[in-house]
Write a protein that binds this ligand. Structure first.
Ligand SMILES: [Zn+2]
Length: 111
């Protein structure tokens, strides 16, 4: 399904900064992650400094992409992109904390 995936073609889809409309140089676009499901790219605008995070996937219908502006740095994006699955016990722990009304207190400790 994704055999025809062509990341260099997809990178060329990132043309202009959505904030200030400056054209991106391709050297400003980094590939953070690439898998059978698609490619995750990060671009910083030379002009205004806005960071654009974009994900492309190649589907039978064509290339599908979505992008968001972010203030995360590339490393922070990758830290959050880890594919730690939520285990059954995580859900039960959360349920327990909610039932004991300790969830908010625990969150406050994290801040
Ligand atoms: Zn810009």
């Amino acid at each position: 399904m994704v055999d025809n995936f062509n990341s260099s073609l997809n990178l060329r889809l990132i043309k202009k900064c959505p904030v200030c409309n400056t054209s991106y140089q391709q050297s400003m676009v980094q590939v953070l992650d690439e898998s059978e499901y698609g490619v995750l790219t990060y671009a910083t605008c030379n002009s205004c400094g806005a960071n654009l995070l974009a994900k492309f996937a190649s589907l039978p219908q064509g290339v599908v992409g979505n992008a968001i502006l972010t203030d995360l740095k590339p490393q922070e994006v990758m830290d959050f992109a880890g594919d730690d699955n939520i285990a059954d016990d995580d859900v039960l722990d959360l349920q327990y904390l909610i039932s004991k009304k300790e969830l908010v207190n625990n969150l406050k400790k994290l801040i």
